[in-house]
Design a protein around this ligand. Structure first.
Ligand code: SF4
Length: 249
């Protein structure tokens, strides 16, 4: 759902701001519902985002979140520059979180985001979803080879050596047909070694053409709650274009 959401959870006091984006330039992930909320019309995009950013700034001032996450149903680099500039006061001084596909992320793009937003710390979230390359590309359609996973890992080490205030987090998808629970556990272990943070996201289905949701065992739920930095089981921000999305119990 587009808008401004407040959370107080494992990650602390945080604001989640969901902006309207243009359709994701990649747009081929088999499970992705974000096209339902995107627009092809610049005037509509600017109007919606100016209203949402205005609301978020008021909440930032009155509520004082430690973290601010901005999502646009794609990569932050796909937003018009004017919208990025409007986000500067929201990002400034916070732990500022954005989403990117890995191909947008390199040392220069990280430096530019740090210069533009001047956050206390930048968190770049990337949706690798699973450590299993076959599942990532054949089941999820991500077109993100293992070489990208390794490149981002090396970039993380490089930015650490340089002392840049940036972290790299990844999403881990579960509760979907084609992603066995053993593979989710394997991914969690590998991602914990490779990234600064792991957010496990329970799959929800928004269209009959998307993969089917499957149940989640208590054992897996416990492992994720204990070891992931956050488990996202759903909530208002996942109401997309009026749909809640289905997840199997
Ligand atoms: S890269 Fe992200 S926004 Fe684009 S289709 Fe895949 S999941 Fe959706």
């Amino acid at each position: 759902m587009l808008g401004v959401f407040r959370y107080e959870d494992k990650l602390g006091r945080r604001l989640v701001v969901i902006l309207q984006g243009y359709p994701c330039a990649y747009g081929k992930c088999t499970f992705c519902p974000f096209a339902l909320e995107q627009t092809l019309h610049p005037a509509k995009l600017f109007e919606a985002n100016s209203r949402i950013i205005g609301e978020a700034l008021k909440v930032k001032e009155s509520w004082g979140p430690e973290r601010v996450a901005v999502f646009n149903g794609g990569s932050i680099h796909e937003l018009p520059y004017k919208v990025l500039e409007d986000l500067r006061p929201l990002a400034s001084g916070t732990v500022f979180e954005v989403e990117e596909r890995s191909e947008y992320v390199d040392i220069d793009s990280v430096r530019r985001l740090l210069q533009l937003f001047e956050p206390r710390r930048l968190v770049v979230r990337i949706g690798f979803e699973t450590v299993d390359e076959r599942i990532r590309n054949e089941v999820l359609g991500k077109d993100m080879p293992d070489t990208e996973l390794e490149r981002i890992y090396r970039l993380r080490l490089e930015t650490r050596r340089m002392g840049l205030p940036v972290e790299f987090w990844t999403y881990l998808l579960f509760g979907m047909e084609g992603i066995p629970e053993e593979s989710v556990v394997r991914s969690l272990k590998a991602f914990k070694r490779m990234f600064d943070g792991v957010i496990a996201i329970r799959y929800r289905r928004y269209s009959p053409s998307h993969p089917r949701p499957v149940g989640v065992s208590r054992g897996l739920a416990r492992i994720l709650e204990e070891h992931a930095d956050l488990v996202d089981w759903g909530g208002d921000q996942w109401v997309i274009a009026g749909r809640q999305g289905s997840a199997q119990k």
